[in-house]
Each structure stands twice: as structure tokens, then as C-alpha cells.
Design a protein around this ligand. Structure first.
Ligand SMILES: [Zn+2]
Length: 378
């Protein structure tokens, strides 16, 4: 017998048509009802009915007509991207960044501050001020804000209301979202940084739909994406690649273990010689500085072992993101050479690429989640 949830009702089909029509306009820009009818194989009256409803909800513009040269003319429709906006603030141990994203997925504005993480009222006020700054800069009406994502390098409950592990921020395991959102007058929830960054990547990287995303920054994170959807695991912590044991009894890790990949592949390993400045590290590397070169070669050696482990487990594409994804693309051939040495089955390393979404991927991915949830609900 069919489960209740599997039965597709007439209402489901109607709703699905509305979402498909909105998405067609979102992806293709200006379209007439005839264009949409042809593209989605829907009748023109069905398309017109849905367009009228979307227009009534204020979600569409009608910038003009097409074909008015003696023949039949048709109104042209496009989405009004500013009808709703999503905001996200991303917290790391040393920075806070914020973004606002509209319904088209466009970044309206962004900010970034060097600000050490402290769990106190002044810090939470700062988060509130950053949200307000984005709203003012982006000229966003409060009523348009769908929600505010608070992005953390922490392990979270699936509903995004609290954390249950905070090793990177060196804080207590359980923290409530309500505490962080004290000065944010909008619905808010926590998002996992790497899962959000992988979500942003899948929104623009149409070459791959199943991939393992590595965020190599001051801390290491990873996310598994299957069919363009993050696979989060039983406890919302799939892809905890940072704590695979790379070296027996190796370097200490913040998790309390030894020899974790985190201790070898965090970019802190590199920028330790440049006072935390990764740009300067890569300048030294470029100049052939012996210390930078030795650190980098050791880093790549260990990273290749991590990548090989993932490849052996999943046989999938691997995308390198985070600070390394922004700074080190020219070293991809070297990383591929090291990976090739470890693969017993193939010399093909095309599976390994650098991220396409390089700018504030974690914050943007959280905002895009709100946007996509809204579009599914229209
Ligand atoms: Zn560890």
C-alpha cells in the first residue's frame, strides 16, 4: 500500500507548476507566457493563471511587451529579485563577515571585519550591528528579510537551534542560537560553515552534482554533496575529514587526538611564519623562500594523503575550497602530482579541482538556503 506521503495530489501538481514557472523565470530572465509554456510543456492558460498569482504576490515585474509589430503581442515577465532577501553572518575565531543575497542569488552587499571571537554581549551586539549595516547598505526593507543565518565552524543539531561541539572556537559544546541572535530582530538559525560553502559551490558549479568539498582555512572542514544536496549523516557531522588520523601519534589536534589531518592541513600551518597572513606566505613561496617552500611541500604531501583517502572511499569529485581554494590554484598541478603517486587504480586526477565559488562561500551558502527554501514555498 502506498504511504500517505508518497501520494501526489492535484494541489501538489499545482504548487509544483508555480515553483517551476518561477524558477524558469529566475534562470532565464525575460520570458513571455508562450516561452514558458514551450519550455515547461504546460498549457498557456495554466502558465497565465500561475503568472497572475505570482504577479499578485508581488514576485514579478512586467517590463514590457514583445512581438507588437502587427502580430499578437505578449507581455514579458521577469522576477522581482528584491522582494525577499536573506542575510548571513559567518563567525570564525578571528573574523566576522556578512552578506545579503536576493531572490536571484545575487550578492547585494557584503562586509568583513577582523574581530576575535568572544562569547559576550559586546560580540553579540556587533553581530546585530553587522546585520543592520547590511540592511542599510543594501537598502533592504525589514519586511523583505527572510532570515539571518549565523554560520559557525561548529557541530550543530539538525534544526540549527544549538551547537553540540565547539572545538574550533574553543568554547563550550552547547550554545544556543537565541544567545547569538539577541540583537538580530529576524528569524535566525545556525548553519555549519563547510556545508554552507559546499551549498554555494553546488549553486554555480554545474559540472558536478556529487562531490566532496574540503574547506582548507584556519581550520579544516568538509562536506559531502550528493545530487546537489548536502548529505549530513546521522548526527549532522558527515565529512569530518579534519579528524581522520593521518599520522600515528603525530602532532596534537584541538580535538584532543594526535595526528589528525587538521594538524597538518590547516592553513595555520603555513601562515605561522607570516603572523597569520596567508597572502604574504604565498608571496614568500612565489619568491622561492626556503622555509616557505619546505612548509608548503610538507603541507601538500599530507594533503595528498587526505585527498587519496577520500578518493578511495567515495570515487567522487573532490573540490578544494576555503582560503587554500582562494590563494593556491596555481599549485593545483603540484597537488595533483602528489595525489597521482598514491592512486593504485588511475593516473587521472581531473577529479580534483579548486572551488568556483571563492567569495564568502560559507555565508552566501547559508543565505542561499533561505532563498531556496522560500522559492520552494511560493
Ligand atoms: Zn582532531
Amino acid at each position: 500500500m502506498q504511504e500517505q506521503s508518497d501520494i501526489i495530489t492535484r494541489d501538489d501538481i499545482k504548487k509544483n507548476n508555480r515553483v517551476r514557472i518561477y524558477k524558469a523565470l529566475r534562470e532565464n530572465g525575460h520570458m513571455t507566457s508562450q516561452d514558458i509554456s514551450r519550455m515547461l510543456d504546460l498549457s498557456v492558460p495554466t502558465v497565465n493563471k500561475n503568472l497572475a498569482a505570482l504577479e499578485e504576490d508581488g514576485l514579478l515585474h512586467t517590463p514590457g511587451v514583445r512581438g507588437n509589430t502587427g502580430g499578437r503581442s505578449s507581455r514579458v515577465f521577469e522576477i522581482d529579485p528584491l522582494q525577499r532577501v536573506a542575510i548571513a553572518v559567518s563567525i570564525t575565531s578571528r573574523h566576522i563577515s556578512g552578506v545579503a543575497v536576493d531572490l536571484s542569488g545575487r550578492l547585494i552587499c557584503q562586509v568583513r571585519y577582523r574581530q576575535a571571537y568572544t562569547r559576550d554581549d559586546a560580540y553579540f551586539r556587533k553581530l546585530g550591528r553587522i546585520v543592520r549595516e547590511l540592511i542599510v547598505t543594501g537598502q533592504i526593507p525589514d519586511a523583505s528579510v527572510l532570515g539571518v543565518g549565523i554560520v559557525l565552524p561548529a557541530l550543530l543539531t539538525k534544526d540549527g537551534t544549538r551547537t553540540y561541539y565547539n572545538g574550533v572556537l574553543r568554547d563550550e559544546p552547547v550554545m544556543e542560537c537565541a544567545e547569538f541572535a539577541r540583537y538580530i530582530p529576524f528569524p535566525a538559525r545556525f548553519f555549519h560553515d563547510t556545508t554552507s560553502a559546499a551549498y554555494a559551490e553546488s549553486s554555480i558549479n554545474h559540472d558536478i552534482s556529487d562531490f566532496f568539498y574540503m574547506m582548507l582555512s584556519d581550520s579544516v572542514g568538509a562536506a559531502v554533496v550528493l545530487n546537489n544536496t548536502p548529505y549530513v549523516g546521522m548526527n549532522n557531522r558527515s565529512g569530518e575529514f579534519a579528524h581522520i588520523k593521518l599520522v600515528q601519534d603525530g602532532r596534537p589536534c584541538y580535538c584532543g587526538g594526535k595526528g589528525c589531518l587538521e594538524a597538518y592541513c590547516s592553513t595555520r600551518v603555513l601562515n605561522t611564519i607570516t603572523d597569520g597572513d596567508l597572502t604574504q606566505f604565498f608571496m614568500l613561496l612565489e619568491e622561492g623562500d626556503p622555509q616557505a617552500t619546505e612548509l608548503w611541500n610538507d603541507y601538500v604531501h599530507h594533503l595528498a594523503y587526505g585527498i587519496n583517502t577520500v578518493r578511495m572511499l567515495f570515487d567522487c569529485s573532490v573540490v578544494v575550497g576555503g582560503y587554500l581554494g582562494q590563494y593556491a590554484e596555481k599549485y593545483l598541478p603540484q597537488i595533483r602530482r602528489e595525489v597521482r603517486k598514491l592512486d593504485p587504480f588511475s593516473q587521472d586526477t581531473d577529479f580534483l579541482s579548486f572551488c568556483k565559488y571563492k567569495n564568502e562561500a560559507a555565508a552566501t551558502g547559508a543565505a542561499l538556503t533561505y532563498i531556496d527554501e522560500f522559492i520552494q514555498s511560493i
